[in-house]
Ligand binder design. Sequence first.
Ligand code: GLY
Length: 350
Amino acid sequence: MFNRRKFIKTSAISSLALAINKSAACTSKKKPTTVKPVVISTWDAGLRANKAAWDVLKDGGRALDAVEKGVMVTESEQNCCVGLGANPDRDGFVTLDASIMDEFSNCGSVAFLERIKHPISVARRVMEKTPHVMLVGSGAQQFAVAEGFPLEEQKLSTDAEKNYENWLKKSEYKPPAINIESLPAGKVDKQDHGPFAPKKLENGEWNHDTIGMVAMDANGNLSGSCTTSGAGFKMRGRLGDSPIIGAGLFVDNEVGACTATGQGEDVIRVAGSHTVVELMRQGLSPEAACKNAVERIMRIKGEKAKDIQVAFLAVNKNGEVGAYAIHKGFSYAMKTNNREELVNAKYIMD
Ligand code: GLY
């Protein structure tokens, strides 16, 4: 039976809730102060990459120049996962993927590129000097050489050489989760980590599969870059998300920018970075948008989500940053005028 007293009480509570919500909405309408410039990038190596990006941003330089210069640092480091010294494919060849995008939605990418030290710079040339967005394989290499990039000899880093030797013993292809906490302290040589194995560098830092970087410059313009050798011991010709605009990287200068790391196949499935930017357009914070995209992948993968790692890292037009990962262990580097730090991202699964 209808209870009038209960109705009045409920209505009063509802009105109060509405009033509180309205006042919260009024408060949240107040535009937060924009933090700029700001640069964020994936994993420990991002700390060094951000420094190079910051050299551009602090002097009022363009975000596009910052994100190119930044990830070039990582491409030059002889490490397991980015650049010429990285883990090879199963046939022993290092093949590199990279993409870049600016504030005007110009974009360029290269994939399956061999023997070129800075794929990110070739991606930028594709963007600026060709009518195309992507060049791959021997065509990308031919373009790079024509643009004056030297053809280098492949020289695996010590880590990559060891990883490949270990992999050859079993030749298994099993993409695992990245969960550095699960590794015994100081031990890095488990042989079955597969394509996205975390590796400890000589300086004691962890380095991982990809560097993705997004930045906003002093003028409030956004750009992003992403570069990788992809999954270690991958099938020859395999591409992940990093060179795919909308998957490994997406920038919309009105809304925000996002980059991804982890198992590229699953990032591509949900057009991951584009999804995150579209969710920010709908009003989600960068962290909430990244979480939503991670959860979407987990719903698709079901039980198998426990076996993969994917993480997103995003910045919005106010300079707010956020990230989310499937598994514990993903960190990102952040630099602003008054902050420089490595942040442990939130995650869904231990
Ligand atoms: N996220 C890097 C790759 O899947 O190739």
